[in-house]
Design a protein around this ligand. Structure first.
Ligand SMILES: C[S@@+](CC[C@H](N)C(=O)[O-])C[C@H]1O[C@@H](n2cnc3c(N)ncnc32)[C@H](O)[C@@H]1O
Length: 178
């Protein structure tokens, strides 16, 4: 399915988010990334209404998507290449190392996203991608996704093991290099 057939995931106007909780620019970025991968093995943390699951499945007709959520409420018609897993992403025993794209869009508090990072980053193969959603400064007193990214830069994980790609809006895109 081409990107033009996925516009129902968004609405017109300033905040384009609808079924998909990524905005239109972020959706286009993810679509292009996945479209250009070869038969990608994709893991998504945070299914919600299935908006980005649909996008990730349709962006590449040879890919498979495993999407994890504590309590998904899927409103999109997913195909046979998308698999919903109802579970706490931080408690899943991860024993794979060949994931091409890990899309992290679950618990956005620092402790939650750190737990996802600790549990899942080993699943991504060298040359594979990790994309975080909602990586922006929240003017509140709690720590969030951006604090994890700062920490990974400070301890040189980003730099030595991952390189950051220029992405769009609130996406943070890393490629695993070691
Ligand atoms: C922002 S929504 C995901 C939106 C979706 N990626 C999209 O844009 O269409 C975040 C989801 O993460 C789920 N979530 C939060 N913590 C989780 C956890 N520890 N394990 C699994 N899912 C979790 C929530 O239930 C919620 O549905």
């Amino acid at each position: 399915m081409g990107f033009e057939n996925l516009v129902f995931l968004w609405k017109d106007g300033g905040d384009s988010r609808k079924i998909s909780r990524v905005n239109l620019a972020e959706g286009a970025y993810l679509y292009k990334l996945v479209h250009n991968l070869s038969a990608p093995y994709i893991v998504e943390i945070g299914t919600m209404r299935g908006g980005t699951t649909k996008l990730l499945e349709e962006a590449n007709q040879s890919g498979v998507v495993f999407t994890v959520d504590l309590a998904p409420n899927i409103e999109t018609s997913l195909g046979e290449r998308a698999h919903s897993i109802v579970a706490d992403s931080t408690k899943i025993e991860v024993n794979v190392d060949s994931v091409d794209l890990l899309f992290i869009d679950g618990n956005h508090f620092y402790e939650g996203v750190k737990a996802d990072w600790d549990n899942w980053n080993k699943a991504v193969k060298i040359g594979g991608h990790i994309v975080f959603h909602d990586c922006y400064i929240v003017k509140k007193k709690y720590k969030t996704v951006i604090d994890l990214i700062k920490e990974l830069k400070n301890n040189k994980t980003i730099g030595n093991n991952y390189v950051e790609q220029q992405a769009v809006a609130s996406l943070c895109h890393l490629i695993k290099v070691g």
